[in-house]
Design a protein around this ligand. Structure first.
Ligand code: PMP
Ligand code: GLN
Length: 381
C-alpha cells in the first residue's frame, strides 16, 4: 500500500543520526544533549523506593498532587508568580509532550505559529500535524537575538501562537526583560498565545536571572510555560516535564494531554516530589554547576583552532570551525565524527533557510574525562 505521508519533511532526527554515528565510529559524543553523569543519589533512591512501595499503577492524569504542589511552590519562590497546582500545573511525559499538547490544544488548521530559527526540531512537525503553518524568523547573528520588528511584520490575522525558547537550544542565547516587554506589546489586544519553552530555566550564567515568562504578569496570563525535569535533574531518559498555564488554557491543554498519554510515569513523579521538597538547593546550585563545566570546556578548547561563541545559558557550546575546514556544517560534522573522533550537531537542520555560517554545537553536560578526551581530539584539528 502506498502511504501518503503527513510529514514529508521529517526523517530521523539529527540527534539520533549523530548518536548512531558516534557509536559506529567510537567517537566522543558531544552531539545529542544529555549528561554523561548520574542524577543525584537521593533522587535515584527515591524512585527505587517508589517502585518498591508499589507506586506502579496509573498516576492521576494531571500529575500527583504532591508534585504539582512542589512545582507551584518552586514557581512562586523563583518567579514571584502564584499558580494553582490544581488548575494551572500539569505533569507531562517530558517537555516534548507538553509542547505537542500545547500546540495541538491551541492551534487550528490554516493558522500560523511564529518560530525562531535555529529552532528546536520537535516544534514544526507538531505544528504541521495540526494543518497549521510554522512561520520562521531567523535569530540575528552573532548573538542569536530576536528582531522584534521582523516579528511585528510577520503577524497576520492567522497568527495564533508565538513560540519562544530561552535559554535557547542550540545557541545558548537568553531573552531579556526588554525582550519580554516587546513580546507583550506585540500580543497585547490579540488572541495570540505564547508558548515558552524554558527547559533550561535553571542553567543561566554569569549572575544573570532567567527571564521566565512567568515573571511577566501580562504575558503569564496568555502563556503556556514548559519545563523538563530531565535537564534539571540529569535524567533525560525519565522523560518527565510539566506545563504551567492559566486555568482556561490549562483546561484545553489537559484535554489533549488526557488522550495523548493520559498520565506520566508514576514512580518518577513521587521521586521528583520528594526531591524537590528535600533538596531545593539542587536547582539553585545548577547555574554554578554548569558554569564550571562551561568554563572548563572553554579552557580546554582555548588552544584549538575553533572559535568559541559566548554561552549565556543552556549546556551547549557553539563553535566556528572555519579556520579548520571550509565545508558546510553537515559535511564537517560527518568528517569530525569519522576522522576526528568527536560527534557534534550541525545547525542547518534547525533552520528553514540556513545562513552561510560555519557553526556546530557541542554539549558540555559531561564529566571532566569526557571533555578532556574530546578536547584532546579537537585541539589536533
Ligand atoms: N525543548 C528543548 C529546547 C530541548 O532542548 C529539549 C530536549 N533537549 C526539549 C524541549 C525536550 O525535553 P524532554 O526531553 O523533556 O522532552
Ligand atoms: N534536546 C536534546 C538536544 O538538543 C535531544 C533530544 C532528542 O534527542 N530528541 O540535543
Amino acid at each position: 500500500m502506498q502511504i501518503d505521508t503527513k510529514l514529508p519533511k521529517v526523517g530521523t532526527t539529527i540527534f539520533s543520526v549523530m548518536s548512531q554515528l558516534a557509536l559506529e565510529h567510537k567517537a566522543v559524543n558531544l552531539g545529542q544533549g544529555f549528561p554523561d553523569f548520574e542524577p543525584p543519589q537521593a533522587l535515584r533512591d527515591s524512585i527505587t523506593r517508589a517502585m518498591a512501595e508499589g507506586k506502579n499503577q496509573y498516576a492521576p492524569g494531571i500529575g500527583i498532587p504532591k508534585l504539582r504542589e512542589q512545582i507551584a511552590l518552586k514557581t512562586e519562590r523563583l518567579y514571584g508568580h502564584k499558580v494553582s497546582p490544581d488548575t494551572e500545573v500539569t505533569v507531562t511525559s517530558g517537555a516534548t509532550e507538553a509542547l505537542f499538547a500545547a500546540i495541538a490544544a491551541v492551534v487550528r488548521a490554516g493558522e500560523e505559529v511564529i518560530v525562531f530559527d535555529p529552532c528546536y526540531d520537535s516544534y514544526e512537525p507538531a505544528i504541521d500535524l495540526q494543518g497549521a503553518k510554522a512561520v520562521h524568523i531567523p535569530l540575528t547573528l552573532p548573538d542569536f537575538g530576536i528582531d522584534w520588528q521582523r516579528v511585528r511584520d510577520a503577524i497576520t490575522p492567522k497568527t495564533k501562537m508565538i513560540l519562544i525558547n530561552s535559554p535557547h537550544n542550540p545557541s545558548g542565547a537568553v531573552l531579556s526583560r526588554a525582550d519580554l516587554d516587546e513580546l507583550a506589546a506585540i500580543v497585547r489586544d490579540t488572541a495570540i498565545v505564547v508558548l515558552s519553552d524554558e527547559v533550561y530555566e535553571h542553567i543561566v550564567f554569569d549572575g544573570a536571572q532567567h527571564q521566565s515568562v512567568l515573571r511577566h504578569p501580562e504575558l503569564a496570563t496568555r502563556s503556556v510555560v514548559v519545563s523538563s525535569f530531565g535537564k534539571t535533574y540529569h535524567c533525560t531518559g525519565w522523560k518527565v516535564g510539566y506545563a504551567i498555564a492559566p486555568k482556561a488554557l490549562t483546561a484545553e491543554f489537559r484535554k489533549v494531554h488526557q488522550y495523548l498519554t493520559f498520565c506520566t510515569f508514576n514512580p518518577a513523579q513521587w521521586a521528583f516530589a520528594e526531591f524537590l521538597e528535600a533538596h531545593p538547593e539542587h536547582y539553585l546550585e545548577l547555574p554554578a554547576f554548569y558554569q564550571a563545566k562551561r568554563d572548563r570546556f572553554r579552557q580546554l578548547l582555548a588552544p584549538s583552532r575553533l572559535k568559541l561563541l559566548d554561552v549565556p545559558g543552556g549546556y551547549f557550546q557553539l563553535v566556528d570551525y572555519s579556520a579548520i575546514r571550509d565545508i558546510d556544517d553537515i559535511n564537517f560534522s560527518e568528517y569530525l565524527v569519522r576522522e576526528g573522533g568527536v560527534a557534534v550537531i550541525p545547525l542547518t537542520p534547525f533552520y528553514e533557510t540556513a545562513p552561510e555560517t560555519r557553526l556546530v554545537r557541542l554539549c558540555f553536560a559531561k564529566n571532566d574525562a569526557t571533555m578532556e578526551a574530546a578536547a584532546e581530539r579537537l585541539c589536533k584539528l
